[in-house]
Structure formats: structure tokens, C-alpha cells
Design a protein around this ligand. Structure first.
Ligand code: B1N
Length: 835
């Protein structure tokens, strides 16, 4: 049966506005002063900007937590169906400014801070990023909980509270050096510890079979950790609803061994604590790679077990029978990392609740859905059977049974097809055997989706090909990614947002991006176009200052800003970009000064982290910095070409960089970038894309029109043939690519031998990412960009038209599609007259 959806008519809405904390200046000032004194032992005459930030943040937090309470009480009361977004990563960034805008209290807090002698901007700058994610996948999770809150879905994120987030990147002598991200060193106003909400999580041990029940076991183990909840409120913009991200942290107090301490064994006394704590200490810094480390498996299980116990506990409070769980809860798996949630749910239903296998399996598969985010083979999660069997013996048994029943159903449908059984099995028959987590996630879910149209097609033709045959094509759908217009336009680009607001008539576009369509009417308005251009120039000025302060390099905002910022990965081809820069430098050097003076000035901006163990990616960073050093100090070149590597890319850095781009590069080998999400952010901020026919670039092109985007390179369906050819033949680099290689090999950028492996990967390693194939069209595309940028009026037209046609790429649209087609969940606004 479906949950009853409340409606205005049946009077089930309750108005909570009477309990809202007052919003007047005096009340706000009082609360800030109160926190200064009572939370931080400071007086208004004895503060620094760190405490100005902290006291105002705690004051804002009070308001959020009050709404948080009301939201959840209301959802419980009306029995709303809940959505749980399970992700090992939430790349949240800062919260203060976001919360001020959501609550529409920014001016009020700016005034209060002004009264005590501080600028709001400086207070905002005191906040550390919550960087509990690597890149696109983690940031997507953060945008999705933002959209769920803003669109009034009763949705929660579930994740881990890493003590150390994404590492800090330093650049020393041109090389990346990693330092720990101690983001919890100062108080974090944006989390609420919940010591009363904690669950035991077991590891290792042995099983005792229940003789009475076929699928019921008792799992006995001495290794039990406690996962404790921390709640992170997610402000909904212009709504009373506040969402939540519940993050688990390993509790260690109970693991102190007093007997060992009393016997003088001090290290032994805390050994258990150390072993437990390390579980939630660090985020694995891998993006699109699977390291296969045992600690990671234990992290994943701690996360899944605590989350399943919490979801079941909340459901059971409703008093409904377990068979109704799928009507009350939808669980979305953000890639395979939380897949152990499936066997863990089965274990709880079988062993703890005493359900029969078929009932438990029906409940589980109707509750779970799975999003795949990559087709790169090196990213596919597989766990060795012996490792799983040792750490999670019960789950290994459940996975075997899931697979057994699944394969029996396959055999029934396709009798005697042993090759099919081998290829579709959840267990890979390698030595040792491995559990294929993507297959387990697929078998245990009722829907599987990719993250852009091309990607969803590719997974149906590759990793899930057999599943489409066996389970039907309807199970496999597309949900193109989206980004939050709150953070990625309204917050990061205030000047452009003012212009949009002026044209729309109000700020409602922030929650309904379809409204920006009207911008299109302004393309012929000369004055408006000028102000649009000026807003971009102002953002470029702001970025120029940021570049100066982070790198010491002076760049001119009058140059074309050409940006590639994302994780460093071979498939994303930062190498192709820097080789293009080398070729450009060569051409400039061949020119007379007179010829050079006529060239378009350009600043090429890179930023991004490499996984700590990814050697090739780290060499690419070194090459970029080496080229930058030579080019930037070449007096003949001056401002005609500058190359910048901004260290320590982060959500906050992105908020400076993205609004300031003229063009941005999204140049993955066709078929390798599942979607990309920064491509959407750049265009939404008036930038133009130079990109391959890959991921969401394709749909962006469809929406904004091909005149607004610079495509180049081979197509996804051509890649296999090129790769096959290059396995047996040396690439034939065109003269441009050869020129770039030669310049490097002549030691122009320092000792060439350190870069030789990068050249060898193209020339001797089969050129897997097809640099030699795409380089000529890449150079041509750059020429087209340059010609277009010189026509300023037409450029601004492209920019405005693009933005006006980007509504599809709001994460609100994505969340609505998930809710309607996968979760069967509805918005439940907490009513009131607060806003
Ligand atoms: O997920 C993003 C996409 O926009 C990107 O195209 C895609 O590359 C990214 C293992 C990943 N896919 N897989 C990962 C992250 C961490 C990890 O440990 C894989 N990240 C993506 C959002 O859909």
C-alpha cells in the first residue's frame, strides 16, 4: 500500500511558523553576542575574525537546528516516505554563506558583524571546507541533498565523518606533496554530535546455524565497534524544510582496556581504540580507481551496517509490518561503495527479524536502487572472497545465496547457457575468486541508472549487457546529473545573479531554473550585454587576485581565461592540454615581436589533485608547473601567454575559478567521462565549453545549440578501432604534437628524462587515451575559439544564450526525476509563513 500523501485539503499540514526564532536585528545581535560569551569566552571588544565567524555561525546554526527538528517531527508525524542517499563521499565545501542565503538573513548578519567591526566576507573566509569527497561523485551527493531540501523531499544523506578529509595539496618544486586535512581542528558549527544514536558493528567471528530455520544464523564475534551519529543540517533555500546528512564516526571510549592499563601496559590499553578510530579517520583519496585495501572494506561495512540499523529502527517506530518498508523508504546507492547495504539489510531481516528468504529479498530489492558512475575498468570494485569471508563471514554466505538464486533464475530462462552463467555471476571465477560489487548492486536493486545519456547507453552495451538480456531493458535508465543553482550560480556569482534576477523580476529562478529562459530576450540589448561582459570581467579580476595570492603569478583580466580544473587523470587528458600549451609557446617563439603583439592574450589555468599513488598523474602536474615556470618568466612572451597551476583545488577554489572562465576544457577521450558536472557549472556561469563529444557535454550541446559549444575529437563508437590499431602500430604524431614532444625533449622545461614516460605512454604504450588521434582537431578547435572570442558581441550572445538554455542541468530536475521514476516519493513542505 502507498503512504498517504498529505494534502492541504485534509488539514494535515501544521503551521510551524509560530515557533521560529525572531529575525530582527536586535535578536540576531543578541544571539551572536551570547555565543561569543557563552560558547567562546569572548566579549565584543576581544574578538578576531575567526570568532566573528564562529559566533555568527553558531547563531545561524541555532536557527537551522530548530527548523531541522520541526522538519523531522513533521515527516514522522505524517508518515512521509523517506529517501536515503547513501554515499561514502559528501563534498560539501563551506556552509555559512549558503545557510545565510537560504535563510535570507545575509544582510542582517552582515550588519551585525559590521557593528562589531568585521566584514562578512572575511568571516566567511574563516570557514574550512568540509572536503569529505574526492571530486564529481562526492559533490553530486552534496548537490542532491541540497536539492532534496530545497524541493521539500523528505531526504537524508548518509555517509562517514572522516577526521581527515581530502588531503591538502602543496606544490613543492613543481611536484604535488600531500598534507593531512585537519578540518576538525577548530570547532565545526555545522555538525551536531548525537551520542545517543549509536549502533554496534561486528567484524570477523564465526557463525552458528539455527537448526530450526534454513536461512537464520547467529553471528558471534568479540570485535564490535560503535558507530555514532553526527548530523549535518542542510539548509533549504526559501523553504522551512531543513535536510540532513547523517555521518557515522567510530566511538572509541568503550574500547579503553583498564586491566591492561592497571598492569602498566599503556600501549596495549589504548590499542583497541586506535584500531577502531582508524576506521573513520581518513577518506581514501581515489577518484575513479579502486585500491582494494582491507581498511576500505571495513569502512564500507561500518557505514552500511550503521545506516541499515538506523533506517530499520526509524521504520519500526512507525509500527508497520516490515513488508511495508519499500513504501516508507527508498535507498539510493551512490556507486558500488555502499553495496554492502544489500547483504546487511538481508542479514538484519533474516537473522534479527526472522523473516523468510523470499520475503526479505523482496523487501530489499524493492527498497534499493543503484547509480553507476564510471565505466573505467580500474574503478570497478571487486573484493577477494577470502577477504570478505574473513571479515564478514555472514555476508559472504548471504552473497553466495543471492548469487545461487539469481543464477538459478538465469538458468531457468536460458537453459544450458554456461557462458552466460559464468559472465553474469556475482562471483568472478578468478584466483582468488572476487565479488563483483557492481553485479551485486544490480541484482539487489529494482533500478540501475547511469549519469548522462551516453553513459547510460554505454553501460547497457558493456558491463550490464547480460543483465539487460536477463532482467529486461526497463530496469536500466538514465538520470542525467545536475548541479545546485544555489551554490553554483546564486552564491558563487553574485553579479551575474543580480542581472538574472533583474530580468526574471525576482529571485525565484534560484529554486526554479526554468525561469532563466527569459534571458534570451536580452541578447540584443546592448546595455545588458555590456553589463554581462563587465560581470565576467569583475569575476576575472577576483580570480586574478586569488591567483596572485596563491601562486605569486600576476595575470591580466583582459586576457582570455582558459580553464581546466578537475581531478588529474589520464582519461581527462590534462597532458593533451599542456602539450597544446607547449605547441602554442613554440609558435609564439617563432614569431616576430610585431606578430606576437597581434596575438590574443591567454591565461591557461589548471587545478586538480592526483591520487597519492597515481605516479603518471603526478608527473603531469610536474610538467604543467615546469612549463609554467619557463613560459611565465620569458620576457619576450610577457602577457601573451601565462600558465598557472592553482594549488589545492577545492569546492571553495572552484567558487572563485568557475565564474571567471571564458572557456573551460572538458576533453576526456570519448566514452570515458561518465557525465562531468563542472561542465554544467561553467556554462551556467556564462563560460563556453571546449570539449569532446562525451558525457554531459553532449546534452549541454543539445540544449544550448551547437553554435554555443566547441566540439572536437573522435566519437565514442570510433574509440575501439583506434585503440585496436594503436596496439599494433606506432602513432603518427602530426607536426604540432611532434613539435611539442621535441621541445620537451630539448630540455626546454628542465631535464627531459623525467617527462619521457609521459611521451612514451603516447608513443610506445599504445596511446590508450588517443592523444595522437585527437590532437590535430584539438588545435583546430582552439583556433575556432580564438576567432570567436575576438568577436566580442557574438561571444556575449553565445554566453547569454547558453545560460538561458541551461535549466535542464539543475540538480532539482535530476532529483525530481529520481523521485518520480525510482523512489516514488513526493515533496512534503513544512508549512509556515517564515519566508
Ligand atoms: O562521478 C561524477 C561524474 O560526473 C564523473 O564523470 C565521474 O567520473 C564521477 C571511485 C569514483 N565516477 N566514479 C567515481 C569516485 C571515487 C571512487 O573511490 C570512483 N567518480 C565518478 C558524478 O556522477
Amino acid at each position: 500500500s502507498q503512504p498517504k500523501t498529505p494534502s492541504k485539503e485534509d488539514g494535515e499540514f501544521r503551521d510551524y511558523s509560530h515557533s521560529e526564532i525572531a529575525r530582527d536585528a536586535a535578536t540576531i545581535k543578541n544571539s551572536v553576542v551570547m555565543h561569543l560569551a557563552a560558547t567562546f569566552l569572548r566579549t565584543p571588544s576581544n574578538i578576531d575574525s575567526a570568532h566573528a565567524y564562529l559566533a555568527s555561525a553558531f547563531s545561524v546554526r541555532d536557527r537551522l537546528l530548530q527548523r531541522w527538528n520541526l522538519t523531522n517531527e513533521y515527516h514522522d508525524k505524517i508518515g512521509a516516505k523517506r529517501v536515503y542517499y547513501m554515499s561514502l563521499e559528501f563534498l560539501i565545501g563551506r556552509t555559512f554563506d549558503n545557510a545565510l542565503l537560504a535563510l535570507q538573513l545575509r544582510d542582517e548578519y552582515a550588519n551585525v558583524l559590521g557593528d562589531v567591526g568585521f566584514r562578512l566576507e572575511d568571516a566567511i573566509d574563516e570557514e574550512r571546507d568540509a572536503a569529505l569527497g574526492n571530486g564529481g561523485l562526492g559533490r553530486l551527493a552534496a548537490c542532491y541533498v541540497d536539492s532534496m531540501a530545497c524541493s521539500n523531499y523528505p531526504g537524508w544523506g548518509y555517509g562517514l565523518r572522516y577526521k581527515y578529509g581530502m588531503f591538502q595539496q602543496q606544490i613543492i618544486n613543481g611536484y604535488q606533496v600531500e598534507a593531512p586535512d585537519c578540518w576538525l581542528d577548530s570547532p565545526n558549527p555545522w555538525e551536531l554530535p548525537r551520542p545517543d544514536i549509536a549502533y554496534p558493528v561486528k567484524f570477523y567471528g564465526h557463525l552458528v546455524r539455527d537448526p530450526e530455520h534454513e536461512h537464520r544464523y547467529k553471528w558471534e564475534s568479540d570485535v564490535v565497534y560503535d558507530a555514532m551519529a553526527f548530523d549535518v543540517p542542510v539548509p533549504g533555500y526559501g523553504t522551512n524544510n531543513v535536510g540532513n546528512i547523517r555521518l557515522w564516526s567510530c566511538k572509541t571510549n568503550t574500547l579503553f582496556d583498564l586491566n591492561k592499563f592497571n598492569a602498566g601496559d599503556y600501549q596495549g590499553a589504548t590499542g583497541g581504540q586506535v584500531a577502531a578510530q582508524i576506521l573513520t579517520d581518513v577518506l581514501y583519496p581515489n577518484d575513479n580507481t579502486n585500491e582494494g585495501k582491507e581498511l576500505r572494506l571495513r569502512q564500507e561495512y561500518l557505514f552500511c551496517s550503521a545506516t541499515m540499523q538506523d533506517i530499520l529502527a526509524r521504520f519500526k517506530k512507525s509500527g508497520k509490518p516490515l513488508s511495508e518498508l519499500p513504501d516508507m523508504a527508498a535507498i539510493q546507492l551512490n556507486d558500488t561503495h555502499p553495496t554492502l547495504g544489500i547483504p546487511e539489510m538481508m542479514r538484519l531481516l533474516l537473522d534479527e527479524e526472522g523473516l523468510k528468504w523470499d520475503e526479505a529479498w523482496d523487501i530489499t530489492t524493492r527498497t534499493f536502487a543503484f547509480t553507476n558512475h564510471t565505466v573505467l575498468p580500474e574503478a570497478m570494485e571487486k573484493w577477494p572472497v577470502p577477504m570478505l569471508d574473513k571479515i564478514l563471514p555472514r555476508h559472504m554466505g548471504i552473497i553466495y545465496d543471492i548469487n545461487l538464486y539469481f543464477l538459478q533464475s538465469v538458468e531457468k530462462k536460458f537453459p544450458g547457457d554456461r557462458e552466460l552463467l559464468r559472465s553474469i555471476s556475482v562471483i568472478e571465477e578468478s584466483n582468488p575468486q572476487q565479488v563483483r560489487m557492481a553485479y551485486l548492486a544490480c541484482v539487489g536493486s529494482h533500478k540501475v541508472n547511469g549519469v548522462a545519456a551516453i553513459h547510460s547507453d554505454i553501460i547497457k552495451q558493456t558491463i550490464f549487457k547480460d543483465f539487460v538480456r536477463v532482467q529486461g531493458a526497463d530496469k536500466f535508465i538514465n538520470k542525467t546529473n545536475g548541479v545546485s543553482p544555489r551554490r553554483w550560480v546564486n552564491e558563487c556569482n553574485p553579479d551575474m545573479s543580480e542581472l538574472i534576477t533583474e530580468v526574471v523580476g525576482d529571485r525565484s529562478w534560484v529554486n526554479d531554473l526554468s525561469k532563466i529562459k527569459v534571458l534570451e530576450e536580452k541578447v540584443d540589448d546592448k546595455d545588458f550585454c555590456k553589463r554581462w561582459w563587465d560581470a565576467k570581467q569583475k569575476n576575472k579580476g577576483r580570480l586574478a587576485e586569488y591567483i596572485l595570492s596563491t601562486t605569486g603569478i600576476k595575470v591580466s583580466p583582459n586576457a582570455l581565461f582558459d580553464v581546466q580544473v578537475k581531478r588529474i587523470h589520464e582519461y581527462k587528458r590534462q597532458l593533451m592540454n599542456i602539450l597544446g600549451v607547449v605547441y602554442r609557446y613554440h609558435r609564439l617563439k617563432q614569431m616576430t615581436q610585431e606578430e606576437r603583439d597581434k596575438e590574443l592574450h591567454r591565461v591557461v589555468i589548471f587545478a586538480g589533485k592526483a591520487a597519492a599513488g597515481y605516479w603518471v598523474a603526478k608527473q603531469v602536474i610536474k610538467l604543467i608547473n615546469s612549463v609554467a615556470e619557463v613560459v611565465n618568466s620569458d620576457e619576450e612572451i610577457g602577457d601573451v601567454l601565462k600558465v598557472v597551476f592553482i594549488p589545492d583545488y577545492s569546492v571553495t577554489a572552484a567558487e572563485y575559478i568557475i565564474p571567471a572562465s571564458d572557456i573551460s576544457q572538458h576533453i576526456s577521450t570519448a566514452g570515458t567521462e561518465a557525465s562531468g558536472t563542472s561542465n554544467m557549472k561553467f556554462v551556467l556561469n556564462g563560460g563556453i565549453i571546449l570539449g569532446t563529444v562525451d558525457g554531459a557535454n553532449i546534452e549541454i550541446g543539445e540544449e544550448i545549440g551547437e553554435e554555443q559549444i566547441f566540439f572536437f575529437g573522435c566519437l565514442a563508437h570510433e574509440v575501439e578501432d583506434f585503440r585496436h590499431y594503436l596496439r599494433f602500430h606506432q602513432p603518427k604524431p602530426d607536426t604540432a604534437l611532434q613539435t611539442a614532444f621535441d621541445m620537451i625533449q630539448r630540455n626546454t622545461f628542465g631535464d627531459a628524462h623525467i617527462f619521457q614516460p609521459l611521451i612514451d605512454a603516447v608513443m610506445r604504450g599504445g596511446d590508450v587515451y588517443l592523444l595522437s588521434v585527437d590532437f590535430p582537431s584539438y588545435i583546430e578547435a582552439h583556433k575556432a575559439v580564438e576567432a570567436a572570442y575576438r568577436q566580442r558581441d557574438e561571444w556575449v550572445t553565445k554566453s547569454i544564450l547558453s545560460v538561458s538554455r541551461m535549466a535542464k542541468f539543475s540538480s532539482d530536475r535530476a532529483i525530481q526525476e529520481y523521485a518520480e521514476e525510482i523512489w516514488n516519493a513526493e515533496p512534503v513542505p513544512v508549512r509556515g509563513s517564515i519566508i
